[in-house]
Design a protein around this ligand. Structure first.
Ligand SMILES: [Fe+2]
Length: 641
């Protein structure tokens, strides 16, 4: 590894709760910088006119050849305040700061914070474009702010950067504030196929969305090698070099630039990766793409599987094993041998994710960007980690690789996506979810909710508990958390991971459909302690395209609505203490793909319990239909599009 050089000013502090640190017991033996373009493996492109996509930085530099620049600005809530996160390729030489005030013409206050960094591979010193690289991450918090108040802020120039424009944000409403609000909920958003979603999201921000809530799989940086692997069976659209035409999809104009003579169609730009053919550049470009939103409203994130490491699996011929383990491009290996140590150290164990965002775990008893909660008006929002830190989690800690016997696994006992634990596990009892800090925190957090102030409680993790696409991880996350969420009267559980939109009927434990809480096909009532609404919201769009249901398996009776063809995001509108609505906003601009109204059960304070079969509806609403599993299935069929 020769990428440890951190150019610029000294690190001031490490503000991230990035635990545990990356393990380097075994050496990394791959290329210095893995580039998913074997025609030109340099980080800056081939110089022949073939464009690697660029995205405008958050701050337009004042000079033609800047030596440093603020490329990303991202907001996130902290209790009674806001964390202003910004990114530069090089250090600032001073503590990061923000000028702020309640008037754009009087930024009379200055807040300072701390900087953290990591061994980005490649380091920004190797990237020619200063405005397309981030390696230093600055956190400045404004606290003790008034709720529901607009503040103005400006990031001053330092060590070659240009000062930002005067920007603004509005603080969260106090818990109990009864005014309606809208949240943009999205999951699984890369760049390819997400252009329509991006447009509609920006519209939602302009229309006054309070914040965005992105439930994991953020940027698809780890698909940098997509042009090198053959398509997977479950990728309906894929880039495997078989055509010089851009496949059907939703692309920015730059993707249509013809390849220069001599370049192979499966390598570089639109033929590989999501935005870039380099893991870290995918992150940079994606963050710069969405910074028009993240600099205006809080962008709350939680971890998905795509944030874990530089890659997830090998393809036919085991070309990634040859490349990442043996530094052999355009080659094959006898068997797949990707391990935790196959990625450069900076691309393991959620490192990029830990640095590129700053969520309020520390302030809410959680852990960093991994699990945390916050209030807004009449709702309590909980971001969970569905990837690590519970029994049988999809990504494993080392202690599981060794069955808890040895302290450190051998390299070949590890998996490329091994990660965590990010919290403690009592007595290393990794098969017992209740021994995990995440579970203990969640139990405490939910128990502490004051339902008289925040009658609505919404929980999201990346992994669904249910879907018509059945998978073992769903049983594992149900086993870990479903009972706890039901006991604490959670109203709805949102997820992604599966790249489609799927709304389930309200369900209790083990997929029991709560027929009594179905008012009609677009209206449910809550049923505290008995059932909750489950929605898979993984359709924002990314290079892996949509998921498709195996036609032989069919839609299960648990599913009310399944849309396998449209991209978009969802708007959660909290109207008052009794009614919320959920709308699937189609990315193609043609309107609403699905709509659900969720009504608080009459006379419910959120702390009671009821029977799944005795519910009689809510005053003013149509009485519940006598749904059966068969009729539910028929309804699902009507809604298949
Ligand atoms: Fe995922």
């Amino acid at each position: 590894m020769k990428t440890e050089a951190l150019i610029g000013a000294a690190l001031l502090a490490v503000a991230s709760e990035a635990v545990p640190t990356v393990d380097t017991t075994y050496p990394y033996t791959g290329p210095e910088v893995p580039v998913g373009d074997w025609v030109d493996p340099t980080v800056n492109g081939n110089g022949k006119g073939f464009p690697r996509l660029v995205e405008a930085p958050a701050v337009k530099p004042a000079t033609a050849n800047p030596t440093n620049n603020v490329n990303v600005i991202a907001l996130a809530y902290v209790p009674q305040g806001m964390n202003i996160h910004y990114q530069t390729p090089f250090g600032l030489g001073v503590a990061p700061s923000v000028k702020w005030g309640t008037s754009a013409s009087a930024l009379t206050n200055t807040a300072t914070g701390a900087t953290h960094s990591y061994d980005r591979t490649p380091p920004c010193s190797m990237v020619a474009a200063v405005t397309q690289c981030s390696q230093f991450f600055h956190e400045v918090q404004l606290t003790n702010l008034k709720p529901d108040t607009t503040y103005y802020y400006q990031i001053p120039a330092a060590n070659g950067t240009t000062q930002s424009e005067i920007l603004s944000f509005t603080t969260a409403r106090a818990a109990g504030d009864a005014k309606p609000f809208t949240v943009a909920v999205l999951n699984d958003m890369g760049y390819t196929n997400a252009q329509g979603t991006f447009k509609q999201l920006n519209q939602a921000v302009n229309d006054g969305a309070a914040f965005a809530w992105h439930g994991g799989d953020i940027s698809y940086a780890d698909d940098f090698y997509s042009g090198l692997l053959a398509c997977q069976d479950d990728w309906p659209v894929c880039y495997n070099g078989t055509s010089t035409e851009v496949p059907t999809g939703d692309y920015p104009e730059g993707y249509n630039t013809p390849l220069p003579a001599g370049e192979k169609p499966n390598q570089g730009s639109w033929n590989g990766g999501d935005i870039s053919v380099i893991y870290e550049s995918n992150w940079d470009l994606w963050q710069q793409w969405i910074q028009n939103m993240t600099s205006k409203i809080p962008y709350m994130v939680l971890p998905g599987n795509h944030e874990a490491a530089c890659a997830e699996f090998d393809g036919p011929g085991n070309v990634l094993t040859a490349y990442l383990n043996g530094d052999k491009a355009n080659s094959t290996a006898p068997k797949a041998e990707l391990t935790y140590f196959s990625c450069p150290p900076s691309q393991r164990n959620y490192t990029a994710y830990q640095h590129r965002f700053r969520m309020p775990g520390q302030e809410t008893g959680g852990v960093g960007n991994m699990w945390y909660s916050f209030d807004y008006g009449l709702a309590h929002f909980v971001s969970m980690n569905g990837e690590t830190d519970y029994a049988m989690s999809p990504e494993s800690p080392f202690i599981k690789d060794t069955k808890g016997v040895a302290k450190e696994p051998l390299a070949n006992q590890t998996y490329i996506t091994d990660s965590g634990p990010f919290g403690k596990i009592d007595n290393n009892d990794y098969n017992n979810t209740k021994a995990y800090q995440q579970y203990q925190w969640l139990a405490k957090d939910l128990a502490a909710v004051d339902r008289t102030k925040t009658p609505w409680v919404f929980v999201m993790s990346h992994r669904p508990m249910y879907s018509s696409e059945v998978s073992a991880y769903q049983a594992h996350i149900r086993e870990a958390f479903e009972a706890l969420l039901l006991q604490n009267n959670v109203d709805a559980y949102f997820s992604g991971h599966i790249h489609w939109y799927e709304r389930m009927w309200p369900m209790g434990r083990n997929g029991t459909i709560d027929k009594g809480s179905v008012v009609n096909n677009k209206t449910y009532t809550t049923n505290p302690g008995v059932s909750m609404t489950h929605i898979v919201n993984g359709m924002a769009g990314n290079i892996e395209s949509h998921s498709t249901l195996d036609p032989k398996k069919g839609v299960l009776p648990i599913t009310a609505v399944l849309d396998q063809t449209h991209y978009g995001f969802s708007k959660l509108v909290v109207h008052n203490a009794s009614v919320v609505t959920w709308q699937f906003v189609l990315g193609n601009g043609s309107g609403i793909g699905d709509e659900l109204t969720l009504i608080k059960k009459a006379n419910s304070s959120g702390s009671g319990s009821g029977s799944p079969t005795t519910k009689n509806g809510v005053a003013g609403q149509q009485a519940p239909l006598a749904f059966t599993v068969v009729s539910a299935l028929l309804m699902a069929a009507w809604y298949l599009v």
